[in-house]
Design a protein around this ligand. Sequence first.
Ligand code: AN7
Length: 412
Amino acid sequence: MICIECGAKYLDGPSRYWCDRCNGLLEVVFDLEMLSADISLSWKKRPLGVWRYSELLPVRDPRTVISLGEGGTRLYHCDRLGSAIGLKRLFVKNEGDNPTGSFKDRGMTVGVSKAIELGMKYTICASTGNTSASLAAYSAKAGLKCVVLIPEGKIALGKIAQAIAYGARIVAIKGGFDDTMRLVKDICAVHPSVYLLNSINPHRLEGQKTIAFELVDQLKAVPDYVVVPVGNAGNISAIWKGFKELYNLGMIDELPKMVGIQAEGAAPLVKAFKKGWKRVEPVVDPKTKASAIRIGHPVNWKKALRAVKESKGLFESVSDEEILRAQWALASHEGIFIEPASAASIAGVIKLRDLGLLDGDELMVCIATGNGLKDPKYVLDNYEVRIVRISAELHKLREYLMELELSGNLKI
Ligand code: AN7
């Protein structure tokens, strides 16, 4: 591992989450020249999924791998939504297909395998919901005790239900996500047998970079833009790292522009990017209905700013209203139901088009990070619910269908 701040190098070994010298973020580096000439031939023989790319994952012994069959998620060409918003090549990668319903599983299969390799007894994370669900599931499969810290009352229903069912010890903290994150970092600094599995853990990000590998395998091309909802900013950093590795291996000869989308009330990276700051100023009381990305102090901000700058991409924010409309637009045009935070990526694409930054021919990929079923209450609370009540009589139903006929097509 290498420190992205001071360049200090660390051999693979005991758990370490930040640089001993300067507290900077760490990154896993592979000696790409040591890899066999054509690893892509081996990859082609394996099914699409995280472990297809095992040569580029930091787990030494395949026998310690804890897997629930993560990755290999569907990539949809959204032609109906695309034509409604003037984009010919709009694709959505549905990470809600993963075993616990979010992209976090890609990181957890690697991170929890690492916990086993290192002989850890406990796993721990702070979470806005999906991380806790995913860590709880992988810890269950690994036989490790799992503790999750959540901001009290701020987690979507489906996610808390998952964490309970998978048997995690759940600690609710009065405060926001950033308070839970601080506590988790502090406890792991003094407790070496507790393994921290937030995205500050560089091994987790290695699993998440496989989103980039799969995209290239599925599209047989490099997207022009990859649009990612941003909270702690781990995923956008990981995906960019994946593309760069393929580029450095000579497997692709172009790179995408990375676009990070934050919710307006929780957008410290957007602000820093637009003002050209070198640092991110935390948002003290972040606000958005997209609870997964209600994060004011993203731990990976430095990696994410670097990813967006290197790729010549951008950060943009979207309002809660835009997120709601985007979720509805994708579900009602494409049959893909994604959670509000994920819909920020769709809202972001619509905003880029409105800002006149797109000409309509670009190959655009939105990363739909989590399944819509994670947060059913959001739909019931925010949609105009269209349910008619009739008595159980045939003529009533026929009357209703007649009315529908007269009113023309169902409005979407
Ligand atoms: C659906 O679960 O931070 O920018 O604790 O659940 O890599 O943090 C969730 C984040 C986007 C943001 N979409 O990813 C957590 C947590 C969904 C998410 C993000 C999250 P990062």
